[in-house]
Write a protein that binds this ligand. Structure first.
Ligand code: UD1
Length: 421
């Protein structure tokens, strides 16, 4: 099993290119199931979750040909003959649920293993199921599988999500593209990755309006065609490197990302004392060697502060000047990184969904354990600002969502290496 050894104390400095977005690429890959024609996706990151989605699509009978040099994947589901997402794949990646809507819409049947709990909470999929039922599907849970059927196809529906859900919105919008008639999805998620998915679906011939707002209007069509599409850059990856640079009092330029998708993350970094410059597809951060100032954050669906950046800001606040509070409202149990950071000397108290942080001048290196993807990234940041050596175990979590993180950090001057034991 791989671990990272990080020796803290280097100020990060340099230029990086943003990789393609994991959270946009996964639903877009699932959406290729909606067409019998080939789709070519570009700027697909080389990540474990992407490989898992490719394996899942292949297990259904699709072909998935990856060209790592071009960061592209050609997907073709003309000969699909299986409609079941097995437990072994779903348990390693919850986003497997994203095949539910496309399979049901094109083939009238889908079976997806029920995703269980995960490190960051119970994460139900009831709203995915209710949206499918609203479009006329019958859904049952049999032997741990969600078994959905719509033998006469789906029908357009007016559906309102009780809670804003990214994956639920994605499943519903994909299903609605091939449903008979008109669908309206209310209280839909507005994340940039939803906008990217809708743009891809439109490139396939879907008729959708309203992406980026909380209401999506979809006019079903009888078939979708193939498309070539470039996935958006990863705003969470870019944000993670900006926070790492801020925590180490360094400076970094991220190429290929626009400030609009980073939104409130940039505002919070500016409040923490960073000098931020945004150009055409470029965001630069410079701390001018200053210690960051503590910033309060509270997670919310987009355009609020992203839950996927919460752990990284917890690490920043742990070494910032002053007191701060970090409130997690999107997921239960997503402050796991705090227990490991405390072992590095961080002064953090947890009460329910809130962490109260008193910034300290320096953390101390320690052996720590990654618990989920973003928590792992925050421990890398903590290691970069700690005195001495930090060993981070279970980094398979980080390989799910960060392409070559050690290589990118080494380019910025970090002392980080991967070891296999
Ligand atoms: C996606 C992202 C994840 C991010 C999250 C929130 C991908 C692959 N993953 O996850 O990185 O942290 O959005 O921005 O894009 N909920 C329900 N019922 C449902 C579905 C969700 O109650 O049927 C709840 C969840 O438990 C959670 C909240 O809604 O509390 C938001 O979850 P959701 O937006 O669905 O997250 P994911 O799509 O799983």
């Amino acid at each position: 099993m791989d671990s990272f050894i990080v020796r803290g104390g280097q100020r990060l400095h340099g230029v990086l290119s943003a990789s393609g977005s994991k959270n946009a690429a996964l639903p877009i890959m699932a959406a290729t199931l909606l067409s019998a024609e080939q789709c070519l996706l570009r700027r697909v990151p080389n990540l474990r979750d992407i490989a898992t989605m490719a394996t899942l699509l292949s297990s259904l009978g699709a072909t998935a040909d990856r060209d790592p040099k071009e960061a592209s994947v050609a997907l073709n589901s003309c000969a699909l003959d299986q409609f079941r997402a097995p437990y072994d794949l779903v348990k390693t990646m919850r986003a497997s649920i994203l095949v539910l809507g496309p399979l049901l819409a094109r083939f009238g049947q889908a079976e997806v293993s029920f995703p269980g709990g995960c490190a960051i909470g119970s994460r139900p999929v009831d709203l995915h199921i209710r949206a499918m039922e609203a479009m006329g599907a019958t859904v049952a849970v049999e032997s741990g599988y969600i078994v959905a059927k719509a033998p006469r196809g789906l029908s357009g529906a007016d559906f309102c999500f009780d809670t804003v859900t990214v994956g639920g919105t994605e499943n519903a919008v994909m299903a609605a593209t091939l449903a008979r008639g008109h669908s309206t999805l209310r209280n839909a998620a507005r994340e940039p990755e939803i906008v990217d998915l809708v743009q891809f679906l439109r490139a396939m011939g879907a008729r959708i309006e309203g992406e980026g707002t909380d209401t999506l209007e979809i006019e079903g069509v009888s078939a979708l065609h193939g498309a070539t599409y470039e996935v958006m850059p990863d705003r969470i990856e870019a944000g993670t490197y900006l926070v790492a640079a801020a925590a180490t009092r360094g400076d970094v330029k991220i190429d290929g990302i626009s400030s609009e998708v980073l939104g409130v993350v940039i505002d919070k970094l500016a409040l923490a004392g960073a000098e931020i410059t945004c150009g055409e597809g470029l965001v630069s951060l410079d701390m001018k060697t200053k210690r960051p100032t503590a910033v309060d954050i509270e997670t919310e669906p987009f355009p609020g502060f992203p839950t996927d950046m919460q752990a990284q800001f917890t690490a920043l606040n742990a070494v910032a000047l002053g007191h701060s509070s970090v409130v997690e409202t999107v997921f239960e149990n997503r402050l796991m990184q705090v227990h490991e950071m405390r072992r590095m000397g961080a002064e953090i108290d947890i009460a329910g969904d809130r962490a109260q942080i008193t910034g300290c001048e320096q953390l101390q290196g320690a052996p720590v354990m990654a618990s989920d993807l973003r928590a792992s990234a925050s421990l890398v940041i903590a290691g970069l600002v700690a005195d001495g050596e930090t060993r981070i175990d279970r980094i398979y979590h980080i390989d799910r969502g960060y392409e070559n993180i050690e290589g990118k950090l080494q380019c910025l001057g970090a002392d980080i290496r991967r070891i296999s034991t």
